[in-house]
Design a protein around this ligand. Sequence first.
Ligand code: GLV
Ligand code: GLV
Length: 326
Amino acid sequence: SMPKLLVARAMFPDVLAQLSNFFELELNQEDRIFSQSELAERLQGKFGMICTSSAKVDQDLLSKLSGVKIISTIAVGYDNFDLHACTQHGVMATNSPDVLNETTADFAWALMMATARRVTEAEHFLRAGLWTKWSVDFFVGADLHGSCLGILGMGRIGQAIARRASGFGMEVIYHNRSQLSEEKELAAHHARYVDKQTLLRHADHLILALPYSPEVHHIIGAIELAQMKPSATLINIARGGIVDDAALIQALRNGQIAGAGLDVFENEPRFHADFLGLKNVVLTPHIASATERTRRAMVNRAVKNVISAVRGELPPDLLNPEVLEI
Ligand code: GLV
Ligand code: GLV
């Protein structure tokens, strides 16, 4: 009989048809979020799983399972996986990188532009019927062109964000675990490596594009926000938890920074209710990679990973190659 695959979230029908050539499928087309105990139950006896960031694969879950060979997430971020535990349990872990870089960079710009130019705030004003006159200080915001763009986390998405700055004549500075090669810096609109303090102090617009890990938990908190310009905007398209949301709310209230554009939140899909009472924040529900073409490409990548595994081939996006030595 065919190996079994859990498709833990709702999936395109043609993709399911493709997968059914290789696997006996267990589906969740109603797209419920499984509890940890239900996830363990459903994963029992499976060869693998296709999931999203909502599936937490940790020591506790893995210790309840046997025979699982691969977990494949439809996301570039894999902070929901304990890679060390996966390796210990002989489970290959894969993600879906690269195909979302340009789409995610586009969205970082959409959020930055909407935040700097107060697009959603102005639209709410119009929709509420409050527009009675035009005045010289009407919804004045901050320029992007000619300003300094700061990027924290200069991986493939950060570099794609930086490239777009050339059309706006922006200076780009960045901070990252390590400095890019000169060639990569040139390609990223001559991005200049700076320390974190300099990044915070000089950026007119600061975009967060780093992966989440416990080491970067609240790396942007009250102290960091206090170092930013009062005219600055902060954009997060990375992960909740990188920013201390409570501290950000205080900074937005006190005018310590001018505005924020947030696609990700601590504990999403829940979020700090106080954001809703602030005008100087643009809020979106984790949609930075959400274009038709890119979501398809991410799914295809997740599918390719599980099919490679079942064929005994190396999954192209294997995150824990150490597992092969076990
Ligand atoms: C978001 O990345 C999700 O798939 O839950
Ligand atoms: C989405 O958040 C992703 O990690 O791809």
